[in-house]
Design a binder for this molecule. Structure first.
Ligand code: CA
Length: 227
């Protein structure tokens, strides 16, 4: 899942971005409203965390502009003020939820998960593909009852494929939703991570779940596709 974090205070932005990356989200940071609007016009985000107090164009204005451009991406607003008026202005601007600063990071994560769950494709929390179980609330993976240890990025890639079980997922889609702005389209990072996942998930198991369609992309499914 790829998140745009819009926050002008560098320390705050770093702390939130680092925490989200540890939870296997791909994160881009915009430090003002104009940059946020540009980023959302070139990238396809799954969620936007938007600070209200920003230089030049504030968070309310960014949110209004996004909705005017018919962006349906969920928006979670961060506000330093607990005033009812601010919350109402936020919802009227098209925000889906808000969180008052200072907040517990665990609450930010819970609200992000709740907003992402509204997308029917992103339900349920526990995905089962044959004997593979992906528990997205706790980021735990097991195959045939045995826990599989994955890095944050390996997990993000697996969850993205697991939510599209049986569907062909292209390299471009993976790059857009599992990696952030630092992704180099000419790198072989996706292949490298797919190979690592294959070793950890399929290994010597006779039923392979991860399949490659040469030149097209990848499929996670119990049925083979002749690779
Ligand atoms: Ca701010």
């Amino acid at each position: 899942m790829r998140i745009l974090l819009v926050e002008d205070e560098p320390r705050m932005a770093n702390v939130i971005a680092k925490g989200l990356r540890e939870q296997s989200y791909a994160v881009d940071v915009a430090t003002d409203g104009e940059e946020a609007l540009y980023q959302t016009s070139v990238n396809d985000y799954d969620l936007i965390v938007l600070d209200v107090l920003l230089p030049h164009v504030d968070g309310f204005e960014v949110c209004r502009e996004l909705r005017k451009r018919e962006h349906v991406t969920p928006v979670l607003m961060l506000t330093a003020r607990a005033a009812v008026d601010d919350r109402i202005t936020g919802f009227d601007a098209g925000a889906d939820d808000y969180l008052t600063k200072p907040f517990a990071f665990r609450e930010l994560l819970a609200r992000i998960r709740a907003l992402l769950r509204r997308d029917p494709q992103l339900r349920p929390d526990v995905l089962e593909i044959g004997d593979l179980v992906v528990d997205s609330a706790n980021h735990r993976v097991s195959r045939a009852g045995i826990e599989v240890q994955l890095t944050a990025k390996e997990y993000a890639l697996l969850e993205y494929l697991a939510r599209r079980t049986g569907q062909l997922v292209s390299r471009a889609e993976i790059a857009a939703h599992v990696w952030d702005d630092s992704f180099d389209p000419f790198s072989n990072a996706i292949e490298v991570y797919m190979n690592r996942l294959r070793k950890k998930i399929d290994g010597s198991n006779s039923t392979k779940l991860l399949h490659t369609r040469r030149g097209e992309g990848y499929i996670l499914d119990v049925r083979g596709v002749g690779d």
